[in-house]
Each structure stands twice: as structure tokens, then as C-alpha cells.
Design a protein around this ligand. Structure first.
Ligand SMILES: NC(=O)c1ccc[n+]([C@@H]2O[C@H](COP(=O)([O-])OP(=O)(O)OC[C@H]3O[C@@H](n4cnc5c(N)ncnc54)[C@H](OP(=O)(O)O)[C@@H]3O)[C@@H](O)[C@H]2O)c1
Length: 205
């Protein structure tokens, strides 16, 4: 869902996008390519990582490291990786818990295991329709980014602005992913209470 939403929006903005999957013949990825015209393509995770200048990790959090291994260290080296994933653990049913939290995060784990990659955690705190269309809300609210590389964050921030985001808070280094991933439990509760995923956090001071 997230890969589809972000990929579709980026294609609509004129970017070439390759959707990666475990197999080059993944049916959902092929259908996405067919829907999105000549700027869209699909292949393996390794194909996509090699193709992209900026990589989006839109895999389930519990398999993200596995997917990035398949993408290939050599294909990711030196690139920006926008980590949208959350380490949600559904093994005990709903609501999910976090498989990594408090003193660590998925974003940091990825950064530790892929030291040559510039991990920027972003967009993981809201629904994928809103990620790419903040204007669907009367007040879009805030999004958060964090990561160790200032230049990488600046590049991601300017890309996010092209998606329509204005209120972007840079929380600092990648350890701030602990905070942005740990809003998920309250996000899930709010979705249950409000009966819709179409809401966002807005910071006031
Ligand atoms: N949905 C949202 O609005 C939303 C919002 C914020 C953050 N997120 C986060 O974004 C990520 C994607 O969410 P989603 O809703 O798009 O989930 P999704 O539709 O279930 O997509 C998950 C992706 O992970 C892949 N995958 C599953 N098992 C895998 C494995 N063993 N190895 C490699 N890849 C595997 C799936 O590939 P196949 O299709 O080939 O199985 C699929 O492409 C999650 O971490 C989620 O927490 C989601």
C-alpha cells in the first residue's frame, strides 16, 4: 500500500520509479507498473535498489532487514534510504506492539547494519494516502524526519515539500526514530476511536 501510494505520487510528479519485490514477476508490482505508464517499472529488490537514487523502504517492519539484504549492500551504498516502515508485531493480535522500542528503533537498526547508507526516517507516522496528499486534511499537521546526515535530510525535506508538506520537524539524528516509531501505539488507538485513518498529529506550542 505504502509503496504503491508513494510510487504513484512520485510518477505523477515526473520521477522515474521502480517498484522492488522479492520476485521480478510480482503480480502487484506488475499491476502497479501497468497503471502508472512509462515512468514506472518493477523488478527485484536488487534491481530497484540499483536503479534508484533515493530508495524508499516500504516493507513490513519485521522483514525490512531481510528485504534490504536482498536489495544488496552494493546497490544501496552511499544512497539515501527513506525508512517509512514501522516495527509492528501482530503476533499477539490487535493492537500490535513494537518489536523494537525504547532504547532502539528500526531506523537505527537499519543504519547500524547498513553503515554506508544515509537512513532518513520519515512519513511513518501517518496513513499512506495522507503521506502523498496532505491537502486531504483541512489542517495537514506535522511530519517528522530524522537521520544522521544533514545533506540527506535536506534532500528528503525538499522532496517532501513537493508532496505538499509544509510543517516538517527535523528531530535530529536517527535515534529520534525511537520517538517517531513509538507514536504508532497511540496512532492505532486513535484510528480505532475515530473510525478512520485520515488524521494526523499537529504540534502546538
Ligand atoms: N499502510 C500505511 O498507511 C502505513 C503508514 C505508515 C507506515 N507504514 C509502514 O510501511 C510499511 C508498509 O506498509 P503497507 O501498509 O504498505 O504494508 P503492505 O501493503 O503489507 O506491504 C508490505 C510489503 O512488504 C513486503 N514483504 C512482506 N514480507 C516480506 C519478506 N519476507 N521479505 C521481503 N518483503 C516482504 C510485501 O511484499 P509482497 O507484496 O510481495 O508480499 C509488501 O511489498 C510497514 O512497515 C508499515 O508499518 C504503513
Amino acid at each position: 500500500m505504502v509503496g504503491d501510494s508513494i510510487g504513484t505520487k512520485l510518477v505523477s510528479l515526473g520521477h522515474k520509479v521502480m517498484m522492488g519485490s522479492r520476485t521480478a514477476s510480482n503480480e502487484k508490482a506488475a499491476a502497479w507498473t501497468n497503471r502508472n505508464g512509462s515512468l514506472a517499472s518493477n523488478g527485484t529488490f536488487a534491481d530497484a535498489a540499483s536503479f534508484g537514487e533515493i530508495i524508499f523502504n516500504c516493507t513490513s517492519g519485521h522483514v525490512s532487514l531481510e528485504a534490504l539484504q536482498l536489495a544488496g549492500r552494493e546497490n544501496l551504498q552511499g544512497k539515501i534510504l527513506v525508512d517509512v516502515a514501522n516495527p509492528l508485531d501482530f503476533s499477539r493480535g490487535m493492537p500490535p506492539s513494537l518489536s523494537i522500542c525504547n532504547t532502539d528503533s528500526l531506523g537505527e537498526t537499519i543504519q547500524r547494519q547498513f553503515t554506508d547508507v544515509k537512513v532518513v526516517k520519515a512519513l511513518n507516522t501517518l496513513n499512506c494516502q495522507l503521506m502523498v496528499s496532505p491537502g486531504l486534511l483541512k489542517d495537514p499537521g506535522n511530519i517528522f524526519i530524522c537521520g544522521n546526515e544533514t545533506d540527506a535530510k535536506a534532500e528528503v525535506e525538499s522532496l517532501l515539500r513537493t508532496l505538499g508538506w509544509e510543517k516538517i520537524i527535523d528531530l535530529g539524528d536517527i535515534t529520534a526514530a525511537r520517538g517517531t516509531e513509538q507514536v504508532l501505539p497511540i496512532w492505532v488507538r486513535l484510528m480505532g476511536k475515530l473510525g478512520t485513518p485520515m488524521f494526523n498529529f499537529s504540534i502546538v506550542s
